[in-house]
Design a protein around this ligand. Structure first.
Ligand code: SAH
Length: 339
C-alpha cells in the first residue's frame, strides 16, 4: 500500500516497525498531507528513517499539460501517473473559491453511449493517493486553496468504492487538508447497491445522480447500468441516501436533442422526483465522435428548465465554464498524443 495514503495510526505501525517512536507518524502525515509533499529525502526526518520510507511505495501525480480558457479562468488539466497513465480534470473559479473536478479511474466500464471516458473501457482504478494527488498538485502548482471538490471526471467513483472512501477520509482529516464533507460532491450513474452502502457511512457529502432519461426503455439504451438498476430503484436509493445523510440530492440531466428533451420528459421528470429534496442540473450534451446526437437549441433548453421550475423544482443549467476548451469528459485524454 502506498504510504502517502496511510492513516496516522497505520503510519504509526510502520514507524514502530522501523524502530522509531510513534510521534514520527504525525510528522510524516503532516509532510504528505499538510505540506502536500512527497519528496521524503528533503524532509527533516532522521536519515535512516528517510531511507526506509523511500524504499516504500510513494505515489506521485504530476500535471502534464494545462489548457487555459480565453473567456474565463477555467483550466483543463492532464495529469500523469507513475505508470504513465494519463487522467484529466478541470479547475474552475467561482465567487466562493476554487472547485476542482477529479477523476477516480483511468477509463470507465459503465459504457454510457454519450461519454468519451468509457469508450476504451476501464484501464484501472485510481489509488487513494492518485485521487488526492490531483488536489495537491494543483494547490502546489497554482498556489491556491481548493475549497470544493467534485468527483465528476473520468470514472465511476462508486465502482472504486474502497479507494474512494480512503480518499474522502484523508482529505477530510483534521491533520490533513481538513476539507468539509459538505464541500464534496460525488457523481454516480446509479450503482444502487453502493449508494445504500455509502449511505451507511453517514457522511454529509452531496450525491449527484446521472439520470439523463425518464423512461427505462430509453435509459437502457444510453446507460447500460439501467439494465441492472431501474430508474425507480436508483431514485429510491438516492432518497434513502438523502435521508441518512441529511443532504440534498442533485440530479444531472444531460439534454440530448430529440432523445430526452421533450415536454413529456420534463413532466415525467417532475413525477419521478416528487417528494425529494433535489436540485436539477441540466447539462447540454457535448457531442463526441461516437455519438452523433446534438444538444437542443438554447430555446428548447430554457423551455425545459421553465417547465421544471413551474412545477416547483430547483433547476440550473450547467454554466459553460471554459466553453472554448470544453472537451467533454475524457476527450482531452483520448486526444492527447504526447508532445
Ligand atoms: N461516472 C459518474 C461521473 C461521470 S462524468 C457519473 O456517471 O455520474 C459527470 C457527468 O457528465 C455525468 O452526468 C455524465 O453522464 C455526464 N457526461 C458524460 N459525457 C457527457 C457528454 N458528452 N455530454 C454531456 N454530459 C456528459
Amino acid at each position: 500500500m502506498e504510504i502517502n495514503a496511510l492513516y496516522i495510526d497505520e503510519l504509526e505501525k510502520l514507524v514502530e516497525k522501523y524502530g522509531y517512536e510513534p510521534y514520527r507518524s504525525k510528522q510524516i502525515y503532516n509532510f504528505f498531507h499538510k505540506q502536500n509533499r512527497n519528496d521524503i529525502e528533503n524532509s527533516n526526518l532522521p536519515k535512516d528513517l528517510k531511507e526506509k520510507l523511500k524504499a516504500e511505495d510513494i505515489k506521485t501525480v504530476d500535471i502534464l499539460e494545462e489548457y487555459n480558457s480565453k473567456i474565463d479562468e477555467t483550466k483543463k488539466l492532464l495529469y500523469i501517473l507513475d505508470d504513465k497513465n494519463i487522467i484529466e480534470g478541470s479547475l474552475m473559479k467561482y465567487k466562493y473559491g476554487y472547485s476542482l473536478c477529479l477523476s477516480t479511474q483511468v477509463g470507465c466500464r459503465m459504457g454510457c453511449v454519450f461519454c468519451a471516458s468509457t469508450k476504451a473501457g476501464l484501464v484501472r482504478n485510481l489509488t487513494p493517493y492518485e485521487i488526492l494527488g490531483q488536489v495537491y498538485s494543483v494547490e502546489n502548482k497554482y498556489k491556491i486553496n481548493i475549497s470544493n471538490i467534485i468527483l465528476m471526471g473520468s470514472g465511476e467513483p462508486l465502482d472504486n468504492y474502497d479507494n474512494l472512501l480512503r480518499f474522502l477520509k484523508l482529505i477530510h482529516s483534521e491533520e490533513g487538508k481538513n476539507l468539509s464533507y459538505r464541500n464534496i460532491t460525488i457523481s454516480t450513474c446509479g450503482l444502487v447497491d453502493k449508494i445504500y452502502k455509502f449511505a451507511h457511512e453517514k457522511l454529509p457529502i452531496t450525491l449527484a445522480l446521472s439520470l439523463h432519461s425518464t423512461y427505462d426503455e430509453k435509459r437502457d439504451l444510453i446507460m447500460p447500468i439501467n439494465k441492472k438498476y431501474k430508474i425507480k430503484d436508483a431514485i429510491e436509493a438516492c432518497r434513502y441516501y438523502s435521508e441518512m445523510t441529511g443532504t440534498r440530492l442533485t440530479v444531472e440531466y444531460t439534454l440530448i436533442e430529440g432523445e430526452n428533451d421533450g415536454q413529456n420528459n420534463a413532466e415525467e421528470l417532475v413525477n419521478i422526483l416528487k417528494g425529494l429534496k433535489v436540485h436539477v442540473n441540466l447539462i447540454p450534451l457535448n457531442p463526441i465522435e461516437e455519438y452523433k446526437r446534438q444538444r437542443p437549441n438554447r430555446r428548447s433548453i430554457v423551455s425545459f428548465r421553465k417547465k421544471l421550475e413551474s412545477k416547483g423544482l430547483n433547476v440550473t443549467i450547467r454554466r459553460e465554464l471554459g466553453a472554448d476548451i470544453n472537451a467533454s469528459c475524457g476527450q482531452l485524454r483520448r486526444n492527447y498524443k504526447g508532445g
